[in-house]
Design a protein around this ligand. Sequence first.
Ligand code: PAF
Length: 276
Amino acid sequence: MKIIETVDEFRQAYALAKKPLGLAPTMGFLHEGHLSLVKRAREDNATVAVSIFVNPSQFGPNEDYGAYPRDMESDLRKLEEAGVDLVFAPDAAEMYPDGFDTYVDVGSIAERLEGGHRPGHFRGVATVVCKLLTIVRPDRVYFGQKDAQQCLVIKRLSRDLNLGAEVIVCPTVREADGLAMSSRNVNLNAEEREAARVLFKSLQLAEYMFFSGIKDANELRRQMRHTIEEEPLAKIDYVSVADGDTLRELDVAASPALVSVAVNFGKTRLIDNITL
Ligand code: PAF
């Protein structure tokens, strides 16, 4: 496994790498969810690259950029075990050198849900992913369904700017009690961790109601809110039942609708979703 910190060096490695090349972009602090992307990339490609970069431009001024968990040594061990060939781990100055002044704005799909609550977030994500796809030039790029809107934003980006990578979305990996794996879970204290089970519980409730014949999206959102609000440590950012392609809120839920939630537990903000 080769660890590469500069764009120039990655370009040289690219020239020598067997194709097709698959990339799993990450911000590190790797868990089973990330490793499932790597495993899928390993099955599909001759060369597997993973990027590790905590991207400052996707964090708002009051968000957790500084507190975002990091553990490069442990990440590299996991990637080596998973059979990764290339790790791209640039520092912030390599990705955003002095005078950097070009950003990528994806349109309406990036404005709702996470985009509405985290202004500038998807501008940062789209910019860094555009750069990663241009530097790494993968044939396939792998993302987790847990960040459903991010997947839609990146598909739009890749299509609109002809970035040439097939975007592959892999299923959300969950803990035994249903909590979606996230690097941020480590920031939950014991009570918050227990409380966070309510995320998946609310999504399961929506699924149960939908398949029992309740298609009124307001009623689904209302019952989900009610379930989450029963948990005193949970502070809701949004509860959404939206069209799976446009992310417009629905009046009547119809398959495939994206049911998604964003909830704060103390200082930790978690998101999760299911598709009906
Ligand atoms: O999902 C993430 O970890 C990040 O948003 C990504 C795609 C690596 C871009 O920084």
